[in-house]
Design a protein. Structure first.
Ligand SMILES: *[C@@H]1O[C@H](CO)[C@@H](O)[C@H](O)[C@H]1NC(C)=O
Ligand SMILES: *[C@@H]1O[C@H](CO)[C@@H](O)[C@H](O)[C@H]1NC(C)=O
Ligand SMILES: *[C@@H]1O[C@H](CO)[C@@H](O)[C@H](O)[C@H]1NC(C)=O
Ligand SMILES: *[C@@H]1O[C@H](CO)[C@@H](O)[C@H](O)[C@H]1NC(C)=O
Ligand SMILES: *[C@@H]1O[C@H](CO)[C@@H](O)[C@H](O)[C@H]1NC(C)=O
Ligand SMILES: *[C@@H]1O[C@H](CO)[C@@H](O)[C@H](O)[C@H]1NC(C)=O
Ligand SMILES: *[C@@H]1O[C@H](CO)[C@@H](O)[C@H](O)[C@H]1NC(C)=O
Ligand SMILES: [Fe+2]
Length: 465
């Protein structure tokens, strides 16, 4: 064999020589928390690529480290991409936590433990004043607000994070490696405070399977819609995507609608609304927006707002439902901008006698058509003091590869404040009457560029009159 042939023989062996055996993936990663809705509990969720058992070892901060252990389960998630990548999603529910106490924990198994993290069990008092950061549309690439959110969360500025849809851009891409990397990126937020989510359009691929498998929200809808309570607030998370991806099942739209009605009915029982007067919704695609991109929210006949009549049976929208049950604040994203609205209903800032409001409750219809002219602002000087319609906030500018959107130059009269800066929103539900919202601009190094107090001496449908 000449030297050339010898080299060829070596080369053809090379793949075998360098490949060796693949690594063992038993090390926990992508650690994140969520609140399962029961006082004194928390769910820890993480990923390994090889199967291991699922344990969380934890203890009170300052106590003997890891003196308690909780066991959970792992479920196999097979991504639907070409490689059919497999991963194990581990879920452990911690119960019996002392409200407002701080715990340290790690998660994993005898085959490997995560880093050590800490969290504060949510205070379960109805007079607790929770502080939220909220945003949508945060991606793996160009996640402009991420570092500021990581730092502020670790400084203890927030009790809960609300991510209002559109993660990673997109979790399924590169055989779900984008999802993995995004979940690693948010670990330094989500391993410290509950990270509460709803699905957005960027999760739709393979019927939302990356979203449904990776998160662990309350209820048994694979994190698609659910509600929970904190302080004086009842918070409802929903999927606006059921109005758009009919191929995954029109029945989901009706299931969610029925569930929303029941949930709102329950939340409005006098004994419940008395202790949790604030009803706050979060969903990805807004009913209203004044961007120039022709999205659903730019049209009068927004599917989310007005429903669809091209389905059989036709599908009810959400605006009337939320109005009739006295929803106070509606949080949205999807538009890569921030926009605050004056109290709005029926695409208007006031109602006239011609715009009778139809009601689910028989008897109240006539009453609702009687009034003459009514401005939804609480008053001209203080529009958010006892507003006569829900308050909408659109906050989808956390940062992603699609950059920010643009506004149309002539917004409708309900548009109160707009910004195309990257950023996110802070919210504090201070007490039964006072709720505070402010917008942080990351472009302006954390400057607060907008803020309002929503003050309501009364809540519920009757507070509109
Ligand atoms: C670990 O996971 C990889 C990737 O799914 C797989 O190919 C390998 O067989 C697994 N190893 C063990 C020991 O389970
Ligand atoms: C709050 O937590 C304490 C301690 O676990 C418990 O005794 C109490 O019943 C809880 N209150 C509510 C309203 O859940
Ligand atoms: C929970 O919050 C309430 C209201 O702020 C406060 O009075 C109470 O002390 C807190 N609970 C604990 C255990 O810190
Ligand atoms: C999509 O997922 C939802 C939630 O699991 C399920 O109810 C629905 O049947 C699925 N749709 C299709 C077409 O598989
Ligand atoms: C159906 O909805 C469209 C807008 O989405 C509207 O233009 C049309 O008038 C509606 N048709 C009926 C019969 O209500
Ligand atoms: C609502 O209040 C704002 C702020 O005072 C004001 O600019 C706007 O014109 C008011 N809208 C109506 C319909 O009065
Ligand atoms: C609610 O919070 C506001 C703002 O901090 C405060 O002015 C008001 O007195 C509080 N109300 C009650 C009943 O504590
Ligand atoms: Fe979106």
């Amino acid at each position: 064999m000449g030297p050339a042939h010898a080299a060829c023989a070596l080369l053809s062996l090379a793949p075998l020589l360098v490949l060796g055996v693949p690594p063992i993936w038993t090390q926990p990663e992508q650690v994140h928390l969520s609140y399962p809705g029961e006082s004194g509990s928390m769910v820890v969720t993480w990923t390994t690529f090889n199967k291991t058992e699922s344990y969380v070892e934890y203890s009170l901060m300052g106590g003997r480290l890891f003196e308690m252990t909780a066991k959970g389960e792992a479920s196999l998630f097979v991504d639907s991409g070409k490689e059919k990548r497999k991963m194990f999603i581990h879920r452990v529910i911690l119960t019996g936590l002392k409200p407002a106490a701080t715990y340290v924990y790690h998660c994993g198994s005898a085959e490997g433990w995560s880093d050590i993290f800490f969290f504060t069990a949510l205070n379960n008092s109805t007079s607790f004043s929770p502080r939220f950061a909220l945003y949508g549309d945060l991606g793996n690439e160009n996640p402009q607000s991420l570092a500021r959110l990581q730092k502020e969360t670790q400084q203890g500025m927030y009790d809960v994070i609300l991510h209002i849809g559109d993660f990673a851009y997109d979790m399924h891409e590169d055989n779900a490696r984008i999802g993995d990397e995004f979940m690693r990126q948010i670990q330094s937020i989500a391993a410290y405070v509950p990270y509460m989510t709803c699905p957005g359009n960027h999760e739709a691929t393979y019927n939302f399977s990356n979203y449904r498998n990776r998160f662990s929200m309350p209820g048994n809808t694979e994190s698609l819609w659910y509600s929970w309570n904190l302080g004086s607030a009842h918070i409802i998370s929903l999927s606006t995507e059921v109005y758009f991806y009919l191929e995954f099942g029109l029945e989901l739209l009706f299931k969610q609608y029925e569930w929303l009605m029941k949930d709102l009915e329950e939340a409005n029982k006098p004994e419940n609304r008395a202790v949790r007067p604030w009803i706050i919704t979060m969903g990805h695609r807004p009913m209203y927006c004044s961007d120039d991109d022709q999205d659903d929210c730019t049209t009068f006949d927004s599917y989310v707002r007005r429903g669809r009549n091209d389905t059989k049976p036709s599908a009810p929208g959400l605006e009337d439902l939320f109005y009739l049950y006295g929803v106070d604040v509606e949080l949205w994203a999807h538009e890569h901008t921030y926009e605050r609205l004056w109290p709005v209903y029926g695409d208007k800032v006031s109602s006239s006698p011609h715009s009778c409001i139809y009601s689910l409750c028989s008897g109240s219809v006539t009453e609702m058509c009687v009034f003459l002219f009514k401005v939804f602002n609480g008053s001209k000087e203080q529009p958010y003091l006892n507003p006569k319609a829900p308050v909408h906030i659109i906050t989808g500018s956390a940062g992603c590869r699609e950059r920010t959107d643009r506004f149309n130059p002539n917004p409708k009269e309900w548009s109160a404040f707009r910004s195309t800066d990257y950023g996110y929103t802070r919210m504090q539900v201070v007490n039964a009457t006072h709720l505070y919202l402010e917008q942080v601009s990351d472009d302006q190094y954390g400057k607060v560029i907008d803020s309002i107090w929503v003050v309501k001496e009364k809540h519920g449908y009757s507070s509109w009159f």
